[in-house]
Write a protein that binds this ligand. Structure first.
Ligand code: HEM
Length: 433
């Protein structure tokens, strides 16, 4: 099989449950030129180096493939109907808008925002699991993996309870529109339709928060005149949508992929039940082994770049196949094995470089809490189907549903303090970026 057809096969929905053999095939040449003149990079070292390379642009307006697919501004932006956010900008604009948003999310200006959410996250998870009482079958996606991150990001941003159903359908369409298997015209149409709805939803919300600010991220961004000035109105709407979408679509997959992986590794499930502190290295290993974001598309070479002996020419578009890099045997031994004890956070699950995931601390904490509670309270879970059904996207990859038969729900007596203590003691430092 040629490298190009391995890429096509990996995108094919029929291989969604296990694209990894195709990634292994692709890695035989860490950089692959596709027939359309774009490139796919699949080796760990090559991806890591490109993520940090200033000759690489994330600006989708400079990317010929994004423009052809109608994903660039005008159609619009990195999300439907939006002007580009800092996700699709290069320094210095990227850094400025990221800093303005980050001021209200993390250190140094707002330390403790994420850690302060921990009791509320635990409460949400406890309620979700309590709601399963009396049932013999649950769906981990609908009952836990989706409602936790969507509730958390809505509360964090200040989206009123009950509005979630308004944007869910548009977000689903927007995510589906990123499927490279769709023809560009259909992608563009779907993106435009969902975009218009999402945009007016966020415009209303931003306006409401500007008039009556609360203790939330949108209010802070809408009213703050920090050292770099206020975020322009257009940018605020786009950033709000970026955080809303990125803030839950990915974490849903981390929790669902995590529960699936644990059921496929019952020994690890039992270990987590006995030792909640294992959740910390386990979530890192999940981000390597079953990452929610499989690739980042639409990077542009600003100069000829020599990658492992292949020149990606100036102006060419390429995709970084993070999920293949994560399983590169040159990076970790036995890459196809799930080994939580690796204590490896040098994975590519959150990308890297200037675009390293903004919400990583939030996503980590949500997954650690959800999986710990899942392990300790769900009695004798058994997969109904393995593999389960998958969502359409090859890019944001995860089960669409994860039905399980269970014997019941245990009380919530297990000790969260143990997790916190072990987390503090055994904290894995963030990777250099
Ligand atoms: C398990 C969950 C998550 C995963 C796997 C994930 C993955 C990623 C990846 C791979 C990137 C890099 C994209 C690129 O280089 O083009 C990224 C960027 C980003 N993520 Fe996440 N993410 C997750 C959760 C979150 C959450 C909860 C939020 C918001 C609260 C968030 C907000 C963002 C933003 C704003 C960026 C753009 C950063 C920049 O361009 O500087 N993500 N994420």
């Amino acid at each position: 099989m040629s490298q190009a057809s391995s890429w096509e096969q990996s995108l094919d929905y029929s291989n969604r449950a296990n694209p990894y053999p195709f990634y292994a095939e692709l890695r035989k040449t860490p950089v692959t030129r596709l027939p359309d003149g774009t490139y796919v990079v699949s080796g760990y070292a090559e991806i890591a180096s490109l993520l940090h390379d200033p000759r690489v642009s994330s600006d989708i307006n400079r990317n010929p493939a994004a423009v052809a697919a109608g994903a660039a501004a005008g159609d619009n932006g990195d999300g439907p109907g939006m002007s580009p956010t800092f996700l699709s900008m290069d320094p210095p604009d990227h850094d400025k808008f990221r800093r303005i948003a980050m001021r209200h999310f993390g250190p140094p200006t707002t330390p403790g925002r994420v850690a302060g959410l921990e009791p509320r996250m635990t409460e949400i998870v406890t309620d979700l699991i309590d709601n399963m009482a009396g049932r013999r079958r649950i769906d981990v996606v609908d009952d836990l993996a989706y409602p936790l991150p969507v509730t958390v990001i809505c509360e964090l941003l200040g989206v009123p309870p009950g509005d979630e159903h308004r944007f869910r359908v548009w977000v689903d369409v927007a995510v589906q529109s990123t499927d490279p298997g769709l023809d560009p015209e259909t992608q563009q149409k779907k993106r435009a339709e969902a975009g218009a709805e999402l945009r007016s939803f966020m415009e209303e919300l931003v306006e409401a928060h500007r008039k009556a600010p609360g203790n939330d991220l949108l209010s802070a961004m809408a009213t703050d005149d920090g050292p770099e000035g206020r975020m322009p109105a257009e940018q605020l709407v786009s950033t709000g949508l970026l955080l809303l979408i990125a803030g839950h679509e990915t974490t849903v997959n981390l929790i669902a992929n995590g529960a699936l992986t644990l059921l496929r590794h019952p020994h690890e499930l039992q270990r987590l039940r006995n030792d909640p502190g294992l959740a910390i290295p386990m979530v890192e290993e999940l981000l390597r082994y079953e990452p929610p974001v499989h690739f980042v598309p639409f990077r542009t070479a600003l100069d000829d770049i020599d990658v492992a002996g292949t020149i990606i020419p100036a102006g060419a578009s390429f995709t970084l196949l993070l999920a293949a890099g994560n399983r590169d045997p040159a990076h970790v031994t036995d890459p196809d094995l799930f080994i939580p004890d690796r204590r490896n956070n040098q994975h590519l699950g959150f990308g890297g470089g200037v675009h390293l995931c903004f919400g990583a601390p939030l996503a980590r904490l949500e997954a650690q809490i959800a999986l710990t509670e899942f392990a300790s309270r769900i009695e004798n879970p058994r997969l109904v189907a393995d593999p389960p059904s998958y969502r359409p996207s090859p890019f944001l990859r995860g089960p669409s549903h994860l039905p399980m038969d269970i014997d019941g729900i245990a009380g919530k007596e297990h000790d969260r303090a143990a997790l916190i203590t072990i987390a503090d003691a055994g904290r894995i430092p963030d990777p250099p970026c």
